[in-house]
Design a protein around this ligand. Structure first.
Ligand code: CU
Ligand code: ZN
Length: 190
């Protein structure tokens, strides 16, 4: 506030040209807002996927806050060639069980039915299926409109990311019938 008030006070006292006062006022207000903008725009979180249910599937999932939601970028390896897998944010940040059932159900803070991200009804944690290439690797990014990088009601920190054995059909309730859980990682701030 001092940076904004001081130039205005100086203008009134000195009775300088109005154009000069407007110019100095604008420059000091934009300078004052810059630190806050860069601080909130840099929120990031990461999950390291650990193999579950006897597989060798692993990887890294990054989340970055953006104006329209959270940009999720995943790198997954150890999948069967050209296979398709359900992929969700689950409610509990607990991957301790060998079958990852400790992660609970899909993250669903607003009590919606399960569905695809592009449908009106879907869990906040519903993401599109991921498809492995001929070497069993996935590299994919998706913008997730219903999540935030934080610990609030829609926050992804403290949740878990799960890779499933089978594709999500985007309609079976409440799981998408995606089969067992073959990798799991707890989301932590990064
Ligand atoms: Cu899942
Ligand atoms: Zn779901």
């Amino acid at each position: 506030m001092k940076q904004v008030l001081t130039p205005l006070a100086a203008c009134i006292a000195a009775t300088v040209a109005l154009a000069g006062c407007a110019g100095s006022g604008m420059s000091s207000s934009s300078a004052a807002s810059a630190p806050g903008t860069s601080g909130s725009g840099s929120a990031r979180a990461t999950a390291t996927l650990q193999p579950k249910s006897g597989t060798n599937t692993g990887g890294t999932v990054n989340f970055q806050q953006q104006p329209g939601g959270v940009m999720m970028t995943a790198a997954i390896s150890g999948l069967p060639p050209n296979s398709v897998h359900g992929f969700h944010v689950h409610e509990k940040g607990d991957c301790s069980a060998p079958d990852a059932m400790s992660a609970g159900g899909h993250f669903n803070p607003t009590g919606k039915p399960h569905g695809q991200m592009t449908m009106p009804d879907h869990h906040a944690g519903d993401m599109n299926n991921v498809t492995a290439d001929a070497n069993g690797n996935v590299r994919v990014s998706m913008l997730l409109p219903d999540l935030t990088v934080g610990t609030g009601a829609n926050g992804v920190i403290g949740r878990a990311v799960v890779v499933h054995k089978d594709p999500d059909d985007y309609k079976t309730q409440p799981t998408g019938n995606a089969g067992g859980r073959i990798a799991c990682g707890v989301v932590a701030a990064s």
